[in-house]
Ligand binder design. Sequence first.
Ligand code: 4NP
Length: 153
Amino acid sequence: MIRVLFVCLGNICRSPMAEAVMRDMVKKEHLEDKIEVDSAATSSWHIGEPPHRGTQDKLREYGISTIDMQGRQLQKSDFEKFAYIIGMDESNIRNIRTILGNPNSPKIFRFLDLTAHRKDVPDPYYTGDFQETYELVQEGCRALLAKIKQELL
Ligand code: 4NP
């Protein structure tokens, strides 16, 4: 099993969106028994909470469920468990390294560095633009799935 973890600040806007979109893609390609997807926060602010209303509404618009999703915080043991630990922005990457004990590992990287954008995913908690974030999340997940499929060959 290849395990993928998306990480953002609150685990209510961007990383749960990436988790749900990625899981949907994995399911559509019948790869559920090969790829497992999760998400986590660097902060403890929203532990146990469902995704932000804006993330829920945007995903529902595209037919993607957020049922049973709840916020959790990144923990040190996640480093061994996951093959990919993906931060949605550069500050997430710094916080991930701190929480995980500063490992210098290629499995930790910024989400959109997999795409031609090579930038932070804008945080809709502040921008209010869940559509912009959704489109970038789609692109990033598409790139990630292509990368993992190469590895599965
Ligand atoms: P996220 O967005 O990191 O994409 O989940 C945020 C969620 C909550 C807060 C900030 C960003 N907050 O300040 O509570």
